[in-house]
Design a protein around this ligand. Structure first.
Ligand code: ATP
Length: 335
C-alpha cells in the first residue's frame, strides 16, 4: 500500500547541506501497524512527515495506493491529504472549541456534509474513542489521555486510509499510554486502517506494531516483523533499544552463577505455555540456573526469554542445547 523508494531529505543550514534522511526504502502493507523507532535526532519525524508531504523529499518517491505523492499538484495533494489522518504528541487541539467542535472541524473543512450529518459522525466518533460524555467540554477540562482520544477522533473523522502518529503517547503516563495504544489497535482492527507510528520506546513497538523499522542517523538499519526484530535484534542500535527495555545487557555483571554456559533461550507462540524447562532438566544431566527471565506478549503473540547458566560436562551441556533446539527454542550461547 505504501512504497517509499530511495528517499533522501536534506536541509540547507546556512551554506551547508545537512542530510536528515538517506536512501530510505520501505514497504508498508495495507491494514498493518508499522512502527518507526530511533533515538532523538535519528530522523523519525522527518520521515513520518514525508508520508503526507509535510516535508518534501529532496529525492525519491512516496507512493500511497499507487499514487506518487511527490508528483501531485497542490489541489490534488490537498485532496489526498484528507485521506491521511495525523495524531500529534502535543495533541494540537483548538483550545477555544469544544471537544465536539474539534472533532467536527475536519468534516467542515472537507465539506459536503449537512450539519446533521456532521453531528451524527461526531457522536459516532466520540462513542468510538469513549468520550461521548465529554462532547461539550473544552480541551483544558480534559486529562492528557482524553485529549489524545479527541486527537484520534479528529484524525479519523474523514475516514482516512492511513493514520500517522507522531509520538502520540510520549506525553502520557505508562497506564494512559497503554489505553491509547489499545485504542489504536482497536481502530486498526475495526476499521482496517493502516497506521504508521514513530516512537523512541520499544514498549510501544512491542505492544501494538506488526512490523518495525529501526532508524539511526537518517538511515534504516534494521526492519522486519516485530517478533523477529525484538527477539533477535541484529544491529547494535536495535540491540541497545531492546536491552534498555528488557534490562538485559547479556552480561549481568554482578550476577554470580556457576562456570557453565550462559545461554539466552527464546521461544514464541504455544511453546511459551509448555513446561519445557522441567522436560529438559528431566531428560538431561546438566544443571540449570535462571539468571533473568520474562514471559510476555508481542502484540497478541506470547513469548518467553530466559537467560540461563547451564552447568555440567561439555557433552551434557551440548545435549541440553540440542534438546532445546529440537523443542523449537532458539538458543544463543553468550560465552
Ligand atoms: N527544518 C530543519 N532544518 C535543519 N535541520 C533539520 C530540520 N528538521 C530536522 N532537522 C535535522 O534532521 C535530523 C532529524 O530530525 P528529526 O526531527 O526527524 O529527528 P527525530 O528522530 O524525530 O528526533 P526527536 O525524537 O528528537 O524528535 C536532525 O539532525 C535535525 O537536527
Amino acid at each position: 500500500m505504501i512504497y517509499i523508494e530511495n528517499l533522501h531529505k536534506s536541509y540547507r543550514v546556512g551554506k551547508r547541506e545537512v542530510s536528515a534522511l538517506h536512501d530510505i526504502t520501505l514497504h508498508i502493507p495495507k491494514g498493518k501497524i508499522f512502527g518507526i523507532i530511533g533515538r532523538s535526532g535519528a530522523g523519525k519525524s522527518t520521515l513520518l512527515r514525508t508520508f503526507n508531504l509535510l516535508e518534501r523529499p529532496t529525492r525519491g518517491s512516496v507512493c500511497i495506493d499507487g499514487v506518487d505523492m511527490t508528483t501531485l499538484a497542490k489541489a490534488d495533494l490537498d485532496r489526498t491529504r484528507q485521506h491521511i489522518g495525523m495524531v500529534f504528541q502535543n495533541f494540537s487541539l483548538l483550545s477555544a472549541k469544544t471537544v465536539g467542535a474539534n472533532v467536527e472541524f475536519p468534516l467542515k473543512l472537507a465539506g459536503g456534509f449537512t450539519r446533521e450529518e456532521r453531528q451524527r459522525r461526531v457522536d459516532e466518533l466520540l462513542a468510538l474513542v469513549g468520550l461521548s460524555a465529554h462532547k461539550d467540554k473544552y480541551p483544558a477540562q480534559l486529562s492528557g489521555g482524553q485529549k489524545q482520544r479527541v486527537g484520534i477522533a479528529r484524525a479519523i473523522a474523514n475516514a482516512p486510509r492511513l493514520l500517522l502518529c507522531d509520538e502520540a503517547t510520549s506525553a502520557l503516563d505508562p497506564e494512559t499510554t497503554q489505553s491509547i495504544l489499545a485504542l489504536l489497535a482497536e481502530i486498526n482492527a475495526r476499521l482496517g486502517l493502516t497506521i504508521v507510528l514513530i516512537t523512541h520506546e520499544m514498549q510501544v513497538i512491542r505492544s501494538v506494531c506488526d512490523q518495525v523499522a529501526v532508524i539511526e542517523a537518517g538511515g534504516i538499519v534494521e526492519m522486519g516483523e516485530v517478533s523477529d526484530v525484538f527477539l533477535h535484534p541484529q544491529h547494535p542500535v536495535t540491540r541497545a533499544l531492546v536491552a534498555e527495555y528488557t534490562h538485559d545487557d547479556g552480561n549481568l555483571a554482578g550476577v554470580r552463577a556457576g562456570n557453565g554456559r550462559r545461554v539466552r533461550l527464546t521461544y514464541v507462540g504455544e511453546t511459551a505455555y509448555r513446561p519445557i524447562l522441567t522436560h529438559v532438566v528431566e531428560q538431561t544431566r546438566a544443571t540449570m540456573t535462571i539468571l533473568q527471565g520474562a514471559v510476555s506478549r508481542i502484540k497478541d503473540k506470547p513469548y518467553g526469554q530466559l537467560l540461563v547458566d547451564i552447568g555440567g560436562h561439555d557433552e551434557d551441556v551440548a545435549a541440553v542445547i540440542d534438546l532445546f533446539r529440537r523443542l523449537d527454542v532458539h538458543c544463543e550461547v553468550l560465552n
